[in-house]
Structures are given as structure tokens and as C-alpha cells.
Design a protein around this ligand. Structure first.
Ligand SMILES: Cc1cc2nc3c(=O)[nH]c(=O)nc-3n(C[C@H](O)[C@H](O)[C@H](O)COP(=O)(O)O)c2cc1C
Length: 351
């Protein structure tokens, strides 16, 4: 029999908390310099960070990225604290993989969050690879319904699955299957990476089957390759998971590479976003929303108030950046690359 998915989720959380280096903290965004206006020609009071996503209002373009859910008090409490914080701060929230509720019915309650977060966008979550292991449209509908979700995220984690003992490594013909779900669901499908990015060929293929929202979830933050290596054998310094712990497209590079798709593709930035200045840079590179996971995990184990403190800090940072850039609204930041003074030229290699 396969290991319980709730047990595995708890192990992941433990592995991640025990190893500070599983957050790679590469700070790719620090390599981007923005302009500074000595005369922003704005009253700070007039700076408006509000935004919308999937037709719902947000206090600023922030997403609590997918983390958890499952059987047991800890997993349910994390989700309740995150949902309460999302509602009270007016930001979007994703839940962790809901596959667990399909095999462990008691896990479903941890995803029943709409009453706690009635007004903000909530995003369901499943692993794309499961579409090759019997997951069907009805399962996807159940996951959307329990959360009363505004969209369903399919996470694509081939690197993690290779390192994870017994991982699901059949990623063949998934684009077609994701497209079939998208066609039969009454909410949009979002496809995301898991710490290694999403590139142009993926975007092109997904647009071809009607998926127009991508979360790049790039490299620079949480490394699932490293976490799986530590679960498998932390002492094997040549372990595949260590060799690939920094593999993939850094988040700002992935955003840049997706720029040519323009308005055809809604881009979410996540992976290593650690503050409001990183957020401002991601929005300038065209992101619709900025997601963060790891820095919210410890606060979520404590209380909704602890999560709110982190989100409020990031909102103040974001608003300060907006003010110093002379942008009264988030819309005047988005895609406005004239606000960039410099960034590494080697980030874009066009032969
Ligand atoms: C504890 C934890 C659990 C996660 N579980 C999931 C998951 O179930 N599904 C998913 O799509 N992403 C999951 N992720 C990945 C995050 O949503 C995010 O893409 C990634 O961690 C990069 O963001 P970060 O650098 O801010 O952590 C998880 C991340 C963390 C920290």
C-alpha cells in the first residue's frame, strides 16, 4: 500500500522546517535595479495598492501560495489560519494538493474554507501527473466544489517526482489531458511549476489547449529537489536532489521569457519572493499576482494574526516601492519596464 498522503505532507513540513537551506534565498530579484523618483508627485495617502484577480477585489496583488491540507489537526489549522488571514487582509489563497481528500475522506474538512474566506479568490490544487494515474474530471470538480474555488491549479513537479521515493514520473501527454479538464470545468485552470519555473514551450502548448494562466513558481526560494533528497538520504552529498537543488528558471528570468506572450497569458510570479520590493519588480516584469509560500508556513502554525503581520509588512513594503516609483496605482506598475534601471543582460539569451 502507498504511504498516507497526510503523513507524507507532515513529513514534508518537518523536513522543510528542519533545514533552513531548503529555502535557497538566492535573491535573484536583488539583481534588478529600479528607478527612484525624488519627486514622486504623489501624496503617500493617495497611493492605491488595490487590484483584482478573477473578478474579485484584492488589497494588493498577493497570493498565499499552495501549501497544505489533509487529515489531522496541524494541517487543518494551517489552512484555517491562512484562510482567515487571506480574508482579513484581502488577498488570494491557494490550498495544497487535494489528492489527499480523494483517498482519505476525513481530509476533506481541511479544504472546506469558503465560510472562513467568503470574499477572496480561493484556488484548488492537484498534481498534473495524477491525470496519468486515473484522476478524472469528476475528481477535479469535487476539489473545486469543496473549496467553492475560483480556479483549479495543476502543479507540475517532474523534478520533485524524480527525487521522491516512489514518485510519479509519467509526465507524457499531460498537456492534452489538462486541456480536457479545462474544457469541462466551469472555473479556469491555472498551471504552475514547483520551484523550477515554467517556460515558453510550456506556455505555447498550454495556450493551445485553452489554459491562459500560469504561475511560474521559479527557482530561488523553496527547493523541492533538496527537500526530497533530505527525506531520501541527507548524507549522500552526491545525491541527485542536491545536484539539482538550484535547477530551473529563476522567477524573474521565467517572467522575462514569458513577456512576448503579452496579454494572451496571465502570469503569476512565485518562487523566492520574499518582500514587497521583490513583488514590485515581479509586477513590473508583467506579473498579475505574486505568490509566497515558505515564509508563511511558521506563522500559519501559530495563528491567523501571525500570518496577517507578515502580509501587512509586505503590503507596506509594496506600497512604499509604488510611492517611490511615482506610481499611484498598481496598474501603472504592471509591465512598465521603463521603471527598470538595470538587470543582468545574460538573463535573456537569444541566439
Ligand atoms: C510547506 C509547503 C507545501 C507545499 N505544497 C504544495 C502543494 O501541495 N501544491 C503546490 O502546487 N505547491 C506546493 N508548494 C509550493 C509552493 O506553492 C510554491 O510554489 C513554492 O514553495 C515556491 O514559493 P516559496 O519560494 O515562496 O516557498 C508547497 C510549498 C511549501 C513551502
Amino acid at each position: 500500500m502507498r504511504e498516507s498522503l497526510s503523513k507524507r505532507k507532515n513529513e514534508h513540513i518537518r523536513a522543510l522546517r528542519d533545514d533552513p537551506d531548503s529555502d535557497r534565498r538566492v535573491a535573484h530579484f536583488d539583481r534588478i535595479r529600479l528607478v527612484h523618483r525624488a519627486l514622486p508627485e504623489l501624496d503617500l495617502e493617495a497611493v492605491d495598492t488595490s487590484d483584482t484577480f478573477l473578478g474579485k477585489s484584492l488589497s494588493f496583488p498577493f497570493l498565499i501560495s499552495s501549501m497544505t491540507g489533509g487529515r489531522g489537526d496541524d494541517l487543518a489549522r494551517i489552512n484555517r489560519n491562512l484562510a482567515e488571514a487571506a480574508e482579513r487582509t484581502g488577498v488570494a489563497m491557494g490550498v495544497g494538493s487535494q489528492r489527499v481528500m480523494l483517498s482519505e475522506p476525513e481530509a476533506a474538512a481541511s479544504f472546506d474554507l469558503r465560510a472562513i474566506a467568503p470574499s477572496v479568490p480561493l484556488l484548488a490544487n492537484l498534481g498534473a501527473a495524477q491525470l496519468n494515474r486515473g484522476l478524472g474530471v469528476d475528481d477535479c470538480r469535487r476539489c473545486v466544489e469543496i473549496l467553492d474555488a475560483d480556479a483549479l491549479i495543476f502543479h507540475c513537479n517532474p523534478l520533485q517526482e524524480i527525487i521522491q521515493p516512489g514518485g510519479d514520473t509519467d509526465f507524457s501527454r499531460l498537456v492534452e489531458k489538462i486541456g480536457a479538464v479545462a474544457e469541462n470545468l466551469n472555473v479556469p485552470v491555472i498551471v504552475k511549476g514547483v520551484g523550477a519555473g515554467v517556460d515558453r514551450a510550456d506556455a505555447e502548448a498550454l495556450l493551445g489547449v485553452g489554459v491562459a494562466i500560469l504561475d511560474v513558481a521559479g527557482a530561488g526560494g523553496t527547493s523541492w529537489s533538496r527537500i526530497e533528497q533530505r527525506r531520501r538520504d541527507p548524507d549522500d552529498v552526491h545525491g541527485l536532489g542536491y545536484q539539482f537543488q538550484d535547477w530551473g528558471l529563476p522567477t524573474p528570468v521565467a517572467l522575462r521569457r514569458l513577456e512576448p506572450f503579452g496579454d494572451r497569458l496571465t502570469r503569476i510570479a512565485s518562487g523566492g519572493i520574499r518582500g514587497g520590493v521583490d513583488m514590485a519588480k515581479a509586477i513590473i516584469l508583467g506579473a498579475r499576482l505574486c505568490g509566497m509560500a515558505r515564509p508563511l508556513l511558521d506563522p500559519a502554525l501559530e495563528s491567523a494574526d501571525s500570518v496577517i503581520r507578515v502580509i501587512e509588512r509586505i503590503r507596506v513594503e509594496y506600497r512604499t516601492a509604488q510611492y517611490l516609483l511615482g506610481c499611484a496605482e498598481t496598474a501603472s506598475l504592471r509591465g512598465n519596464t521603463s521603471l527598470i534601471v538595470s538587470m543582468p543582460t545574460e538573463w535573456i539569451y537569444e541566439p
